[in-house]
Ligand binder design. Structure first.
Ligand code: ACO
Length: 323
């Protein structure tokens, strides 16, 4: 599988740590020392499909194709505009990709990796030719803005790539899930409400709507599972860890990224970071960083790349790609 083009888009409104200190009891020193995050972009009206459409149009332009050449759109999100129609169909309409079949994938912050893996399967099977893979999130709408332990972590944004089949570029992936640990990071419940069920009143619904997280459990899970699945994907690809040019990790916390670099015994310089600008944008974080690296020339001499992430579900994944 070959990446033909990439793009990203974030909402224009930047919210700094000092801005957040005006609405919850926090400060820049706490947030930046514990997470590495300095600011994030928050939507003042654009939906996940708007962010995605902007990133997608940039990726399609970068690929040299037209929107009508795209025959599949795979969109990873945990914050779609609505449940129906799916967000991929809404993006299809916005970008005029009339020949694409479209569906969403939800694997939380690992969603883009799951979608890329799915794209590879369709390409390998010869069923589709040019696939647009998107990660997009408006996490701000499932964030409890009165909870300082979570609201400082997240941001909105979208990233996209266009991929096609190419036998000369290897692609390997590992994905996994542990539903038993789901409650460690959960939110936006939509309880069953019908004429047979009593008690799901609006107050209960509001209480269960926001993301809730056991930060320390997620931290422990991430620092063990990410190096483990990177090891597994490199074994599959038969590539040594020292031969990887760059590791593009999910941007959740600088301390998680540093710990992964230490556990793998790899120079931290091989782990580019942009979480200080965007916070954790869930399914969008890997494609946003990938696109920034590509446009900045940082990938010009990079041939072997690993993408890896973790998230709600719990889910995790790692992909080995060749540029
Ligand atoms: N500002 C100031 N103080 C705060 C804040 C804040 N924003 N948030 C929490 N605190 C306080 C707590 O109340 C607590 O105070 P106490 O000691 O008086 O009780 C103290 O700081 C320490 O809180 P901890 O939760 O123990 O802090 P910790 O060092 O674990 O850091 C953090 C919290 C940053 C969330 C960390 O656990 C972490 O990064 N976990 C991983 C989270 C993550 O990556 N989530 C996303 C992954 S999945 C996805 O991407 C959707």
């Amino acid at each position: 599988m070959k990446i033909l083009g990439s793009g990203h888009y974030v909402p224009h409104t930047k919210v700094t740590n000092d801005d957040l200190a005006k609405i919850v009891d926090t400060n820049d020193e706490w947030i930046s020392s514990r997470t590495g995050i300095r600011s994030r972009h928050i939507s003042d009206g654009e939906e996940a499909s708007d962010l995605a459409a902007n990133a997608a149009m940039e990726a399609i332009k970068d690929s040299g194709l037209n929107a009508t050449d795209i025959d599949m759109i795979l969109l990873a999100t945990l914050t779609p505009d609505r449940m129906l129609p799916n967000c991929a169909c809404t993006v299809q309409k916005k970008i005029g990709a009339v020949n694409a079949t479209c569906f969403d994938i939800n694997a939380a912050c690992s969603g883009f990796l799951f979608a890329l893996n799915t794209a590879n399967a369709y390409l390998t099977a010869g069923m589709y030719k040019n696939i647009l893979v998107i990660g997009t999130e408006t996490l701000s709408k499932v964030t409890d803005w009165s909870d300082r332990s979570t609201c400082v972590l997240f941001g909105d944004g979208a990233g996209a790539v266009v991929v096609t089949a190419d036998d000369s570029k290897s692609f390997y992936a590992v994905t996994g899930a542990d539903g038993v640990k789901g409650p460690v990071l959960a939110g936006a419940s939509t309880p069953l409400r019908n004429m047979l069920i009593k008690g799901n009143d609006d107050e209960n619904l509001a209480d269960s709507y926001f993301m809730k997280m056991d930060g320390q459990e997620v931290f422990k899970f991430a620092v063990t599972k990410v190096p483990e699945c990177i090891g597994q994907v490199l074994e599959k690809a038969d590539v040594a860890v020292e031969d990887i040019d760059l590791f593009v990790l999910h941007q959740a916390n600088i301390r998680i990224i540093s710990s992964v670099s230490k556990r793998l015994g790899v120079d931290p310089e091989k782990f580019p970071v942009n979480l200080h600008k965007y916070g954790n944008t869930s399914a969008a974080s890997i494609p946003i960083l990938f696109d920034e690296l590509r446009k900045s020339g940082a990938l010009d001499n990079a041939h072997k790349i690993v993408l890896s992430g973790f998230g709600g579900g719990l889910t995790w994944g790692a992909s080995y790609i060749e540029l």
